[in-house]
Design a protein around this ligand. Structure first.
Ligand code: ADP
Ligand code: ZN
Length: 216
């Protein structure tokens, strides 16, 4: 069993790679971004509180996201956990170490998905997903075959994230460099860091990740 963290700026492809690992290796994806979006669309008090913060591209408070992760870490999972979008601050990283230790686990490897900022902007600002099955598309790189109709499930409601705008992206990038990128050094010092090139084709990135996991 391997427990991993996917680390990288917004749009690096963490979610896409996490979903593949779930399908191929029976791992469990824990995405704080997905959890927060679920909380806001179900209209919980917490969801309402974080909505505006997220839309502007700022980080939600550590206590909230640590609480969300804590709820999920009740016992180990045979296939291993994939942390996606968490931890995002040093405080979150320390908390995760403690929470894992409580269930007799630890983080085995941290995969840094490296990409360049201009590519990110292009990827994110053109991104949309199928509201039914979650398939991810892009205006230029990968549009649906029939405009407005999902290739995968035939669904016709396409969604764009409220924070996938140029303005919010600036804030998200800033948060990444200021608060999250120090985690690269943090995990490097623990001997856990592996870096993959996130600008390669999706399959190539997946293969690079698989190689790291197979030797862990
Ligand atoms: P991205 O595609 O930008 O990596 P996510 O889907 O992981 O985005 O998260 C979207 C938003 O949710 C973030 O911009 C932030 O407001 C909030 N969020 C998600 N995870 C965390 C976290 N670990 N700490 C603080 N805020 C978070
Ligand atoms: Zn679909």
């Amino acid at each position: 069993m391997v427990n991993i963290i996917l680390l990288g700026p917004p749009g690096a492809g963490k979610g896409t790679q996490a979903k593949r690992l779930v399908d191929e290796r029976d791992m469990v994806q824990l995405s704080t971004g997905d959890m927060l979006r679920a909380a806001r669309s179900s209209g919980t008090e917490m969801g309402k509180r974080v909505a505006a913060v997220m839309d502007r591209g700022n980080l939600v408070t550590d206590d909230i996201v640590i609480g969300l992760i804590e709820e999920q870490l009740v016992h180990p999972h045979g296939g291993g956990f994939i942390f996606d979008g968490f931890p995002r601050t040093l405080k979150q990283a320390d908390a995760l170490g403690d929470l894992m230790a409580r269930i007799g686990q630890n983080i085995d490897v941290v995969l840094e998905i490296r990409v360049d900022d201009e590519a990110l902007k292009h990827r994110i600002v053109g991104r949309y997903t199928c509201g039914t099955c979650g398939a991810v598309y892009h205006d230029e790189n990968h549009p649906t075959r029939v405009p407005g109709v999902c290739d995968n499930c035939g669904g016709t409601t396409m969604k764009r994230r409220a924070d996938d705008t140029e303005e919010a992206l600036k804030t998200r990038m800033l948060a990444y460099y200021r608060d999250t990128s120090p985690l690269i050094g943090y995990y490097y010092a623990k001997g856990k860091l592996a870096t993959v090139d996130g600008l390669a084709e999706m399959d190539t990135v997946a293969a690079a990740i698989a190689k790291v996991l197979d030797r862990t």
